[in-house]
Design a protein around this ligand. Sequence first.
Ligand SMILES: Cc1cc2nc3c(=O)[nH]c(=O)nc-3n(C[C@H](O)[C@H](O)[C@H](O)COP(=O)(O)OP(=O)(O)OC[C@H]3O[C@@H](n4cnc5c(N)ncnc54)[C@H](O)[C@@H]3O)c2cc1C
Length: 423
Amino acid sequence: MKTDPFWWDAARPEPTGTVLPDGVSDVLIIGGGYTGLSAALTLAKKGQKVTVLDAEMPGYGASGRNGGMIGNLLKPGLSGLINSYGAEKGCAIYKEALASVDFIAERINEEGIDCDLALTGRFYPAVLEKHYRRMSHDFEVRQKYLDIPEEMVGANDYGEDVDSAGYKGGLRQHHTGGLHPAKYVTGLTNAAMRAGAQIIAPLRAEEVTKKPTGFAVRTARGELAARALLIATNGYGGGLLPYIQKRVFPVGSTMIATEELSENLVASLFPTKRMITDTRKMLSYYRPSPDGRRVLLGARPTIFPATPEVQARSLKKALDQIFPALRSTAVSHVWSGNVAYDFAAMPTIGEHEGIFYAMGYCGSGVAMSGYFGHKAALKILGDPDGETAFDGLPLEDRFYYNGRPWFLPVAMMGYRVRDYFGF
Ligand SMILES: Cc1cc2nc3c(=O)[nH]c(=O)nc-3n(C[C@H](O)[C@H](O)[C@H](O)COP(=O)(O)OP(=O)(O)OC[C@H]3O[C@@H](n4cnc5c(N)ncnc54)[C@H](O)[C@@H]3O)c2cc1C
């Protein structure tokens, strides 16, 4: 069993070199995932001298490890957004999350990125009747305020989405889909470099210091100077900036891929190749591989750290429950990565003491991160198009959190209990 992402078989992240730029960069970006690379592409196309640093390789973080499921999932849902911010702002935020899907599809198209993009849709199967009722309520709210191509389907009507018994129906969305995440990150890396961005990896930013004319970033190979700085480290930022560390925390997610299966079997499990995310608190997300030869599933397999073998066993058990036909199938890959949350469970974009940041996609960043990277780039340039409905949302800290998310196992145990007893 391989412990690198399945995606890396086709597109392994590569070092890009460690030659430092001459002189001062207009913008230095820390983090070479979708956020940082998308920002670099926008800035380089606008003639800026851009440098991207990644401590490992572009795509080494979540961008090369995710499920490739494109969505516009904002944790609070439209109802939650309206409750918190009112109908106008709530709808504006939700519309931007929808627009992020169109944005990355256009960018992939424009840049000719070959990443198996397929807008086949997504299905959210309801595990309990109660989940179905809650989803129906949210669906009605969305129908009232926004025009979204989606529908509720009953317990006997989801056969075209997934061949798995026992769901209580669910929500079918038509405007989302999937891609190959590592091919996408490789394509973005190449597009940014083609446009003139310099990507330096592996090279870790060790310390950031404010200077009268910009910033100095210390690395093992010397100091880099830049007029503007963007932090795009999401769940991998560690202690680089205490302001971010106290407000954005990493959460692990693990995925497995099955060995190669017959195309007919995979097609029978996913007749329309939709991406699937269930409604548990500790949710599972699963999909066919882009070539239709494997099944991939992700979740948080264990509350405390565990070996890849233990994690794979736990996820395989979940997969067998969903698809009993896969009981005798072997797992070929297991891998993990970090997503990032803030305390509002909302993506966050902004500026603190002159340093720009974009992150906190709460496990749904394939579309939002590329979109936020672009918006952050425009903000750095002072372009009014950099405005977003997410501007000004509070990025809060908590007195009980100083950079070590000790509360996650407690929260997860609570979620497990709620999932088990169905409340
Ligand atoms: C297992 C898994 C499954 C997921 N599935 C989905 C999905 O199906 N759909 C979806 O929408 N989202 C999914 N996500 C979330 C999605 O992948 C992320 O939201 C998105 O990739 C975030 O991109 P990013 O560029 O902000 O961060 P990342 O891709 O994590 O990049 C951050 C980069 O910063 C670098 N870095 C950190 N510190 C430093 C430093 N000091 N100096 C230099 N470099 C540094 C890291 O090396 C890393 O490469 C998943 C995530 C995981 C882990």
